[in-house]
Design a protein around this ligand. Sequence first.
Ligand code: NIG
Ligand code: FE
Length: 412
Amino acid sequence: MTQEIRCDSLWYGADIVTMRAGKYHIIEDGALAVTDGRLAWLGARDELPVVHSIQTTDFGGGIITPGLIDCHTHLVFGGDRSDEFEQRLQGVSYAEIAARGGGILSTVRATRAASQQQLFDSALQRLQTLLAEGVTTLEIKSGYGLDEASELKILRVIRQLGQQVEADIRATCLAAHAIPPEFAQRPDDWISLICTRLLPRIKAESLADAVDAFCEHLALSPHQVERVFHAASQLGLPVKVHAEQLSAQGGSRLAARYRALSADHLEYATPQDALAMAQNGTVAVLLPGACYLLRETQKPPVDAFRQYGVPIAIASDANPGTSPALSLRLMLNMACMLFHLTPEEALAGVTTHAARALGLQDSHGTLERGKVANFVHWPLTRPAELVYWLGGQLPCTVIYQGIPREESLYPK
Ligand code: NIG
Ligand code: FE
């Protein structure tokens, strides 16, 4: 009996880079059928069953990739830190600037002073720039409020962005980003406030999908991070960590014990950390923008991640201090040049493994039957071109939940 498909839209005339299992797995001259925003069928065009589609598009060449995923950003903040960028270029270190009350705390001052509308407007501009490069899923962290009201203000802005743009936005609470100035003499009280007031409230109001913490000598100690992870786990919220960025503190191993979705940065991680992450399914999120901007010479243990099978994701870390990066494609190139990833690994890092870093591996990240129909058509011949071209804009057609996205504005 001939198989028949009824669908909302049918797309063909391009090679489909499925990224299944983190590999290109290309279907040459492929076809995709979409029903209710999901992939109902995909395969070679000459194997296509009889299709009754409401709408049909022939791309006439090019490649189709999964929608790109930026799994680590700090897009909601007030002000900027170009002054500190200039200071760093004159030889003042990131840690010295932080010790003088700059760094994260200078963005905290600007973010507290900004209204919810101002934060929304400035974040929307940055978000649109990132989305224009074929991004369809993006994570945004709080962490520049560092008091209850300001952290909630940021998380509300993130939820608002998620309602107003055509992209899947995940919110992460990073109240454990630093010790606020008001708690400088009693830092553990800030941790208690996070655990007993903020996280329960965030959980009750569904304001975050995960909880993050910055484990570093200039931020939180492993013990303080563990208290936050314990509280988050009790509430059923998954955890993530900023770890081993400036020094080895054991944050990634600690996060792995809590079955963290991801451990991020990792320049100072060891092969033992990689093993612990592998054993617990924790993704390594590498952030080449921050490594580059801090002129870090220590590189993450990529060979150990490969050896133990730790999935590697790549993200922009878009933030005003260490990575004012508004191009995920540039991060792909940097991941290859700075961390020696292959273009295929880099692309898996913003698709397959980035989805896993957000706990979305069952619905996002690859082009497979049943997954959300977020995909991008590029008039290119090979997927490595996404990693190869530097700067400028690559034309692309973004399909979000089965429907072409307007490239000028993203109203939902
Ligand atoms: O991911 N590492 C900690 N947090 C941010 C940057 C913080 C800042 O300097 O504003 C990061 O690099
Ligand atoms: Fe970060």
